[in-house]
Design a protein around this ligand. Structure first.
Ligand SMILES: Nc1ncnc2c1ncn2[C@@H]1O[C@H](COP(=O)(O)OP(=O)(O)OP(=O)(O)O)[C@@H](O)[C@H]1O
Ligand SMILES: [Mg+2]
Length: 359
């Protein structure tokens, strides 16, 4: 799939911008603070309903502006064209597909963007919720029922947590229905996550071979979030007292985590900073390839500041693999990345929130 006409208004330093993106590589060049990353942020927002940058969603809104909008036409592999929009008017976020108001969950299903950016190393070195988000994004795009089940799980978790914190001890029978719901939904989510990883592993191995062959074979470790081989409902029942002491539910799929381990770097503490980034990139490219395999079309790939994140050989490996993919790619940098020939990309110059095509 690819973004065609991409229109932004009121986002960070961008008052109004319209880009006619090419099917392959699109490079956004410009000085620091020009607004390049903000364009990728807009694509990510459309596909995730949130930014990859930390901070309040309100900070996205241009200072002094009262609304923000992102529109794009998305062209699918079968030539189908879909119009997507996400905007904020006053205090409300609104999502649109083909001009109809929809829930954000429906919008993000329409468009898949995988983004590698300076914060991506957090996927390896950061907190577990980053890794769960990565995993669940993948599951969400292949498993239609994931979102409603995940929401049911979150609701039950909230209910159990408020019982745990209630003054005086709540009756055991008040816990049981929520624990059964957590176990029912949690077991499904865990199964989907495991199947997703089974499908992802060969792609992780291929990408690791391409980008980090010196680290040797790769293994994936997955921890489901409660004792292996135990039934989640029984674990929750048995841990009620302990959880009451802590004020929250300490077992379940919300506590899952995963990691990659290499023969030459068994733990993440063995990675250099650059290797951390490469391992994150391996995960993201593997996810994109699996998505392409399952859905029959590549997600859109965003590479923020590629040249400052990777050395030249690794930039070349990434560019070559994506040129051959074929995927639509949005790359930013103060310069055009050296491995890209000018004829292989459409180049845009970004300056103070405005854009002009160069080639
Ligand atoms: N809410 C906002 N309103 C107005 N301007 C903002 C807002 N948030 C951020 N900015 C400005 O918008 C610009 C956004 O920069 P962005 O990160 O997109 O730049 P960039 O071209 O990627 O720069 P770099 O090369 O440094 O990564 C910055 O100049 C920043 O100060
Ligand atoms: Mg930037």
């Amino acid at each position: 799939m690819r973004l065609e006409r991409f229109q932004l208004r009121g986002l960070r330093c961008i008052r109004e911008m319209s880009l006619d993106l090419a099917p392959g590589f699109n490079v956004l060049t410009g000085a620091n603070g020009a607004g390049k990353t903000s364009v990728l942020e807009a694509a990510f927002l459309l596909s995730h309903g949130r930014s990859f940058r930390s901070g309040a969603r309100d900070a996205l809104l241009q200072r002094g502006a009262s609304d923000l909008s992102i529109f794009s036409t998305v062209r699918h592999e079968d030539d189908r064209l879909v119009r997507l929009g996400l905007g904020r008017e006053g205090a409300r976020w609104e999502a649109r597909v083909e001009g109809q108001d929809v829930l954000i969950g429906q919008l993000v299903r329409e468009c898949a963007v995988v983004c590698f950016e300076p914060g991506s190393h957090a996927l390896i070195a950061g907190a577990a919720d980053e890794r769960r988000r990565f995993l669940d994004w993948g599951v969400f795009h292949v498993e239609q029922d994931f979102l409603p089940i995940w929401r049911r799980y979150q609701r039950a978790l909230k209910q159990r947590n408020s019982l745990l914190r209630s003054d005086g001890f709540a009756d055991d029978e008040l816990f049981t229905p929520w624990e059964l719901e957590l176990a029912r939904c949690g077991t499904l989510i865990d199964q989907w996550r495991r199947s997703y990883f089974d499908a992802l592993l060969p792609h992780l191995r291929n990408q690791a071979q391409l980008l980090l062959p010196e680290l040797g074979g790769v293994e994936l470790r997955y921890r489901q979030g409660w004792a292996e081989g135990e039934d989640l409902a029984s674990v929750l029942g048995a841990q009620r007292m302990r959880d009451q002491g802590r004020g929250h539910t300490t077992s379940g799929v919300h506590r899952a985590d995963w990691s990659l381990s290499f023969v030459q770097a068994p733990q993440r503490e063995h990675f250099s900073r650059g290797q951390e980034k490469l391992v994150a990139l391996i995960c993201l490219l593997a996810q994109a390839r699996l998505d392409a395999e399952v859905r029959g079309e590549w997600p859109i790939i965003c590479l923020d500041d590629l040249a400052s994140e990777l050395d030249l050989d690794h930039q070349r490996a990434v560019v070559d693999t994506l040129l051959a993919a074929p995927a639509q790619v949005l790359v930013t940098g103060t310069e055009i990345p050296r491995p890209l020939q000018p004829s292989q990309a459409k180049v845009f110059h970004v300056e103070q929130g405005s854009v002009s095509p160069l080639l």
